[in-house]
Design a protein around this ligand. Structure first.
Ligand SMILES: Cc1cc2nc3c(=O)[nH]c(=O)nc-3n(C[C@H](O)[C@H](O)[C@H](O)COP(=O)(O)OP(=O)(O)OC[C@H]3O[C@@H](n4cnc5c(N)ncnc54)[C@H](O)[C@@H]3O)c2cc1C
Length: 457
C-alpha cells in the first residue's frame, strides 16, 4: 500500500481528519489529495479594478485549495445541533457537541485565542423574538473572522505539512476498490491505501455522485435553499449582533406556512460573489479587524425547497434560478426593498440615491423576475416580521441581493462511523450531505479519524 490513509479534499473535513490522525499516530502514512492550491497560493483574480467580476478560472481559488470552501469565509464556528448539519443523528447529540468543542480548542490553540464566543443562552432576545412570531435557535458561535480564520489555517498547515503528504493541484478522478483497500486515481497516477476518506465538499458534489454510482453506494436527493442576501445599516441589527454576533431566526409565513430563516449574519461585513460550478450567486463575510469594518450588516433570508418523486435534481432547480439572475444581470442582481414591494426594478440612479451604500457592485434589477413568487412572498413577509424586532429592516433602502442559493449534497448512506457500506471508505463533511458548516464538517473529520485509529489498534 502507498498510504495507510488517503484523504480526498483539504477542506475542514479533510484537514481535521489529518490533524487527529497525525496527533495520535504520527507514524501513519497519510496522503491528502486536493485539486486546488496550497493556502498561500490561493488568489482570486478579482481585484475590483482591472478584473471586477468572475472570470471562471478552471479551479476556483475561493472554493478550492487548503482550507476548502471555508478558507476566506467569515470563520463562524457554530457549536450547536440545531443547524449546520445533522451529525448528531449519526454520532449522538452529546458526542456531536463534544467533537465541535474539541475543534474549537484546536482552533484556539492555533491562532484563534482571544476571539469571541457568543451564546444565545440567557438572552432577552429570545423572548422578544417569540413575542413577534419569530424563533431564535440556540447556539454558541465562535467568530474567528476572515483574517484570524486564515491565520488558524496557516498554523494548521505549518504543523501538518512535514508529516502529511499533501498533493495539491491533484484532482482525484475516481476511487476504486483494490485488494485490502482502495485505489485513488489521478491524472498523474494511481495510489493505493488501506482506508480512504472522501471530503470533497459542495464543489465536489457532482464528482461524489459519480463515485457513489460506480461503487453502488446508495444516496438520496436532498434539498436546496433559495433566497436573497439582505444588506442594511449596521445600527438596525446592532442590538442583536452586539450580543449574539449571529442570530439564526426562523419564521413560519402566514400565507403558505413556509419556513424562512436568517442565515450567515455578518455585522459590519461585505457582500460577495460566490461561484459554484460557473454560476454566480451571492454570499457575505466580515472581518474581525475593526479597520476592515463597513457601515452595513448583511445576512441571508432563505426558504428550503424539498422535492418528492419523480423530481430528484434539487440542486439543478437552484442552479436554474441562479442562472436566471446571471442571464438578466450578468451576475448578481441588487434591488431596493422599496422598489420590490412597489413592483418596479431598481436602477443605477435609484441605488445611487439610496441611503444604504452597497458593498458589492451588483446589477440593479428586479428580483421578482428571478425568484419564484411563493419564495419571494415568504421573504417579504419575513422582512416585515424582522422589522418588529429590528425596526428599519423593512425600510425602502434596505438592499436585497439575489440569488443566494445554498446547495446541499445528496445524502450518502453511511453508518454511525460515517463509513459507507464499503468497509474502509468514509464520506465526511459537506459532500456526505450530513454537514453544511465549518464546525460540523471539522467534527466529522475528527470522528472518522478516531474510528480509523481505534480500528488500527
Ligand atoms: C463564502 C463562504 C462562506 C462560508 N462561511 C461559513 C461560515 O462562516 N460558517 C460556517 O459554518 N460555514 C461557512 N461556509 C460553509 C463552509 O465553508 C463549509 O460547510 C465547509 O467548508 C465544508 O467543509 P468540507 O471539508 O466538507 O468541504 P470544502 O470546504 O468544500 O472542501 C472540499 C475540498 O475538496 C476539494 N475537492 C473537490 N473535489 C475534489 C477532487 N475530485 N479531488 C481532489 N480534491 C477535491 C475542493 O477543492 C475543496 O478544497 C461558507 C462557505 C462559503 C463558500
Amino acid at each position: 500500500m502507498d498510504y495507510n490513509v488517503i484523504i480526498v479534499g483539504a477542506g475542514p473535513g479533510g484537514i481535521f481528519t489529518a490533524y487527529e490522525l497525525m496527533k495520535n499516530r504520527p507514524e501513519l502514512k497519510v496522503g491528502v489529495f486536493e485539486l486546488g492550491r496550497e493556502l498561500s497560493q490561493r488568489k482570486c483574480p478579482i481585484d475590483g479594478k482591472k478584473i471586477k467580476s468572475c472570470v471562471k478560472c478552471p479551479v476556483c481559488s475561493i472554493m478550492s485549495g487548503f482550507g476548502g470552501a471555508g478558507a476566506f469565509s467569515d470563520g463562524k464556528y457554530n457549536i450547536t445541533n440545531q443547524f449546520g448539519g445533522t451529525l448528531y443523528e449519526y454520532v449522538g447529540k452529546q458526542q456531536a457537541i463534544d467533537l465541535m468543542r474539541y475543534v474549537d480548542e484546536i482552533n484556539l490553540s492555533h491562532g484563534g485565542e482571544g476571539t469571541k464566543l457568543y451564546s444565545t443562552a440567557n438572552t432577552q432576545i429570545k423572548r422578544m423574538c417569540l413575542e413577534n412570531g419569530l424563533h431564535l435557535l440556540d447556539a454558541q458561535v465562535r467568530h474567528l473572522g476572515t483574517d484570524i480564520n486564515y491565520v488558524v489555517l496557516g498554523q494548521l498547515y505549518d504543523e501538518l505539512k512535514d508529516r502529511v503528504d499533501f498533493r495539491f493541484n491533484t484532482a482525484v478522478t475516481t476511487v476504486t476498490r483494490a485488494e485490502g483497500g482502495y485505489e485513488v486515481h489521478t491524472a498523474d497516477g494511481s495510489y493505493t491505501c488501506e482506508k480512504c476518506v472522501i471530503s470533497v465538499g459542495r464543489s465536489g458534489s457532482k464528482w461524489m455522485e459519480g463515485v457513489c454510482e460506480s461503487m453502488e453506494i446508495p444516496t438520496k436527493s436532498n434539498r436546496v435553499d433559495i433566497g436573497v442576501r439582505v444588506e442594511l445599516p449596521a445600527e438596525v441589527f446592532a442590538h442583536l449582533t452586539d450580543e449574539l454576533y449571529e442570530s439564526k431566526i426562523v419564521y413560519r409565513t402566514e400565507k403558505f406556512e413556509d419556513m424562512v430563516r436568517t442565515f450567515c449574519m455578518n455585522p459590519h461585513g461585505v457582500v460577495v460573489n460566490e461561484n459554484t460550478n460557473g454560476i454566480v450567486t451571492v454570499n457575505g463575510h466580515s472581518y474581525e479587524d475593526p479597520a476592515k469594518h463597513t457601515e452595513n450588516t448583511n445576512f441571508a433570508l432563505l426558504v428550503s425547497k424539498h422535492f418528492s418523486e419523480p423530481f430528484k435534481d434539487s440542486n439543478g432547480y437552484g442552479e436554474s434560478i441562479a442562472r436566471l439572475s446571471n442571464m438578466l444581470g450578468g451576475g448578481v442582481i441588487v434591488q431596493r426593498f422599496g422598489d420590490l414591494v412597489r413592483g418596479r426594478r431598481s436602477t443605477v440612479a435609484r441605488v445611487r440615491e439610496s441611503f444604504v451604500t452597497p458593498t458589492l457592485a451588483a446589477t440593479p434589477g428586479d428580483l421578482s423576475l428571478v425568484i419564484p413568487k411563493r419564495i419571494l412572498d415568504g421573504i417579504i413577509e419575513m422582512i416585515y416580521a424582522l422589522d418588529k424586532i429590528a425596526p428599519g429592516t423593512a425600510n425602502d433602502d434596505t438592499l436585497l441581493y439575489g440569488v443566494e442559493v445554498k446547495f446541499y449534497n445528496m445524502e450518502v448512506e453511511i453508518d454511525k462511523n460515517l463509513q459507507t457500506k464499503s468497509e474502509g471508505l468514509y464520506v465526511i463533511g459537506d459532500c456526505s450531505g450530513v454537514t453544511h458548516s465549518l464546525s460540523h464538517a471539522s467534527a466529522s473529520g475528527i470522528h472518522v479519524a478516531r474510528h480509523i485509529l481505534g480500528a488500527g489498534e
